[in-house]
Structure formats: C-alpha cells, structure tokens
Design a protein around this ligand. Sequence first.
Ligand code: GLY
Length: 408
Amino acid sequence: MTISRRDFLGTAVAGSLSLGLLDSKGNGQESKKNEAVPSGKRPIIICAHNGYNYLDDAYPFLAAGGDTLDAALKVVKGPEDDPNDTSVGLGGLPNEEGVVELDACCMHGPTRRAGSVGGVRNIKNVSQVAKAVMNHTGHVMLVGEGAERFAVAQGFPRENLLTEHSRKIWLLWKEYHSTGDWWGPGLADPHWQPPREKPQVGLWQERYRRLDEIAANLGIAPEFRNEAVHKVLFPPTGTIHCSALNDKGEISGCTTTSGLAYKLPGRLGDSPIIGAGCYTDQDVGSVGATGSGEENIKVAGAHTIVENMRRGTSPQDAGMDALKRIARNYNNDMKKLQFVDMVYYILRKDGAYAGVSLWDSYEASKPHTIAVHDGTKRQEKTVALFQGASRDFPPDPKVPAEVMKEFK
Ligand code: GLY
C-alpha cells in the first residue's frame, strides 16, 4: 500500500530532537537522537476518520488560542452527538442486554492531569464527563452508576442513548442467537423450524436470507438491512480518538466509545484506560487508539508509543513497535492475527505525526485512515504492519463472494 507519511511542505528543517529519558533510578539521561523525521506544522489536530467532519470547527478554535483538550473534545463531541454513528455516544450499539454503556478518557498535557469514565449509562458526552472527573474530583477514574450520578450532579442530562436504529440491530442480533435461548420465535410460532442436523450447502445464503427476513419483520428499512446484518454477524468495535497540539507546543488527547457491540455488561475496553486508549505527555506527545480494546490493553499501546518516542524513536516506528508487540502476543500467528484490528494515532510535540495500523484495511476494501488538520484538512491512509484486510470476528467461514454480491 501507499505509505501515508505526511507531505512536509512548508515545515521546518528536519528535527533532531534530543529527548530526556529517566533511567530506572529516576535520573535523567540523554537519549539517542531522534531519526530524521521532520517536525510538523503547529497547530495541528489528528483524529480517527469519524472525526473528519468536525475538524472544521475545532481547528479555528485551537488556532485562535483555544485550549488543546477543549479542541480535541470539540471533535469527539460530533460523533458522540450523532445518532447515526453506532460506535460512539448516542446511538452506540448496546451491550448484550440492550443497554448502551460508554467509556472515555482524556489527558490535559499543560497541567499534566487526566480523567476517565467507564461503563456509563444514559449520559451521551462521556468525554466531557471524563474532563469533569479531571477538573472536579481528586480521582482519575469513575465507573458505572457512580460515574452516572457524578455526571448528573455536574449538570449532564440523563437521556436514552439507544436509538430505534441501534435497538433494532440489537434485536436482530438477539433473535439471530435465539436457538439457545428464549428470544425470538418459540415452538408455538408458525415459522418455527427444528434445528438442522447437518450444515447445508448454501448455509450462508440461508443465514443472510433469514437475517434479512427478521430485519424486515423488525421494521429495519431495506437500505439499512445489509449494514444491520453485517453488524449482527460481526460485532464491530468503533471509537474515536483525537489529539490536539497548539503553536505553543501544548498538547492534549481524548478517546470515547460505546465499545464492542453486544459486549458483556460491565466490559471495559481500552478507551477509558489511561495508557491504553489514550496517553499524553506534555514533554513528548499524545497517542490514541481504535480497534481491539483487549489487545491494546495488553500492550498498554498509547503509553508504549509515547515512551518509545521519548527515547527518540520516530512516531511511525514507535507505533510499529506497539503493533509488533500485539503480533508477538500471538507468536506472530497470522491465523489469529487476521482477526485483530488496531489503529494508532500518534502526534509528537513538534507536530510530526503518524497513523499506523495492524492491517491496511478492514471489511475487505476500506482503508484505515487518519484525519488531520494543520491548516489543510485531509484524510491519509495509515502505514500498516501487515498488507491486506483484517477479517471480521468471530471466525466464521468466509462469506462466499456470490452471497456478498446477492446481498450488496
Ligand atoms: N477500542 C474500543 C474498545 O475495544 O472498546
């Protein structure tokens, strides 16, 4: 794939940043010189692709002297408020009980503070609740009911986050998995059929047709049925991360998500974990993640990348190292890694940045991208550790091409 390094037009001379490093005793020592990665423009905002539309408001705010965390929060508020983004905030796909549970965290570089919330119900803008935890408590992380009550006390409105669209997709998921429970048509239903003894030829056609029929019965409009069926068969993880750097070199970041669709109630992914879903160090830079939360937590991805950059590694190589750690956790077994999806958004304090991903695309043909605004707004492909697309999880047999075509 095309390497998605930024064009450094108009940027300063190649940086030779010399960054301090603490040894195990906490003493400072000179780290190796940074590779010749040019510093970038400042101010700059980077984020996941679903933040692209919201950069237009956030960038002028940052350029006019707005706080770096507030600029990043402006970007992620867009998807949090958007009922059609089923991966974040209002309209996020719910847990297995049909309840939307949101996670978020933020770090403010200039004041070296952090806030985080996990498993929050009924409150849409959890990234701002994370900021409120940072500003108005002596804690860093609140979860569940306590976080919800705190948010209400801070003036956040309680609202129903489960849109009709997401509720119907969840119901479709419920009914699809009904053979082993009491959801969906029971024995008395005229359409009930005994389970098949053996897998059939055309199993996928049958699966898609059955799901399509249930979706129609649930009132999912024809134009949304394919998307709904896909989200039932392959539960998505979607998220948004955003990092912002101003012209003074102040830097902040935040990450917010509804997490893995149909997750077990109480499951936390990487997004609320400081050091996994987001990490900002005013001396070095800011990093965030989208993708498989479980894998990212195990490598403390965002923190690992910041620490790599602190030692002088370039943003891209710092990210590649974290991706390699994920691969190493599976002994580089591609049979397993093909089901893992991970993207890191990396911003160094001098404006140099990188978007890196385990695979270059997902869902067969959609390239992973990073959205950037440094005076020019654009989307760039990430640099991938492995070529090709990740596969959807769970590892069902590949959907045959003719079935995909029929249901496109
Ligand atoms: N990366 C989002 C999650 O796994 O919850």
